[in-house]
Write a protein that binds this ligand. Sequence first.
Ligand code: ADP
Ligand code: MG
Ligand code: ZN
Length: 617
Amino acid sequence: EPYIPKYVEVNYIEGSGDKNWSKQDFPWTKKLEANNKKVFGNHSFRPNQREIINATMSGHDVFVLMPTGGGKSLTYQLPALICPGITLVISPLVSLIQDQIMHLLQANIPAAYLSANMEWTEQQEILRELCSGYCSYKLLYVTPEKVAKSDFLLRQLENLHARELLNRIVIDEAHCVSQWGHDFRPDYQGLGILKQKFPKIPVLALTATATASVKEDVVQALGLVDCIIFRQSFNRPNLRFSVIPKTKKCLEDIDKFIRDHHFDECGIIYCLSRMDCEKVAEKLREYKHKAAFYHASMDPEQRASVQSQWSKDEINIICATVAFGMGINKPDVRFVIHHSLPKSIEGYHQECGRAGRDGQNSSCVLYYSYSDYIRVKYMLSHGVVEQSSFTSGQPRAGSTNSGRLETNSENLLRMVSYCENDVDCRRFLQLVHFGEKFDSFNCRKTCDNCLNSQTLVDKDVTLIAKQLVELVKSAKQQFSTSHILDVYRGSMSQIVKRNKHNLLSLHGAGKHIAKGEASRVLRHLVVEEILVEDVKKSDLYGSTSSILKVNDPKAGNLLAGRQTITLRFPSAVKASKTCKNDATPARGPLTSSKKTPEQADISGPAQPQPTEHSELS
Ligand code: ADP
Ligand code: MG
Ligand code: ZN
């Protein structure tokens, strides 16, 4: 057994000098501890919270990178409470602000917010209180356009500052400053004016996602000076990650997995639809597991009852949509299973993060089939998925509907690419997404890909790729993935025959190529956005179908020979011959249909082929 460290959060502190921010003898330490317990009801601090608070209260500019749910709010709400004056908080979404204010008021902390879509009289009232001598607010939340577009607010802030009542400036979701971030908000770029006007007021910038370039952008745009960076690793050493091909026997597989590894232990199974939750729970009960379902269309009492039975271990397994999660703090969740494809790596990371809070080893297993991609894609484009309560699931103010769809489908494609990848360390793949470099050596074989490190060989599949793209092109862009594969491999089924005349020259061009290999190349083309899947409802019963289309500029590069495509395959199995050596031009008639004896499927376990789906609820 390799040595696996317990769940210890790694705190990287960059540029903080040699100051010890975790010291417990700052002048405010006692007050801090007392209020953390009394007002916020916390028994202790989470990783980095104390350090961040000490740094910002010492008057430094601070940049914080901490996972969602890590507890960033406390790092400015607690200082706001114990310092004289007002803390200005810039936050991108009115809904997030309202949620925060509600919690603050519940804890008896006076707070208010200003946003452009508020009644002017209401805004005036708040501003009046701000410049009065009796202002009780400890926190003032504003949306960024208030700062960028309202001289009036700036004047009020100057007034507060002149009376030494502007205590701290907080930029929440600071990655919105950067064009490189996935949430770019132009108004955030105007926030640099705050540091110009109030150079001595400490700024605290907070985010859960920042690559190196985003971090640079934020520091530059906000004009942060000698900024201290607290950066927390998103790695969770005690979680084991694996992706398993989803077959028709998926529920049997899940039953066996739980029996073999986590019998009578506690876990969550995330399902895509409400109907799936109910079906999975029912099946698991048949297999004698203590399972229940949880989703947003149950009435509140029902949900509360399920959650409480689960907390008391009367139920082991909850089959839930992503609506289940917020506020789940059960420490001994031993497994998180994804019955369907998650919608983004960020979401996946969060959902897995609910396992193993106690530091004990726990499993995260994802059952993946490409056909689920089509299903999720359809559901996303028709707004029929349940959202988690985190920011990533919420509509972004100011972004257009189509912009959101684009981000959604980009996020989904990245998730597909994660699942399709059977080479790189899962931790590495996840952490890259959060801008963190991870050496897969440190995985110590705790993910499927590291465990299964058979020798792999690169294989040039450019020609297959070109042929598939040509085929989609000549199909007048109206066939599904499975149909294209059937034609490519020369199927003589009725439907293929019926449409054969349209696709004559390429029918059977890939006869000698294993189906698994061809389909892997096709999926790769979709992940790379050389081909696009257009998903639509095909009948009244809600089944969906997808049609492949060519994405022109990208496909052009491939067809013109400006791009080659290589995929990795296990070297143990003999690769099927491609017509690479035939020197056949990529365009023109492709008649090569030699049979080769080696028709080994080199794509590993068979993946279900994408077809029509009728499971939408
Ligand atoms: P973030 O902004 O980093 O996503 P939040 O500030 O919203 O996270 O906090 C997430 C949850 O963690 C909240 O429910 C909060 O009450 C809780 N929390 C924060 N700090 C602590 C702590 N020290 N002890 C217990 N719970 C905490
Ligand atoms: Mg937050
Ligand atoms: Zn690994």
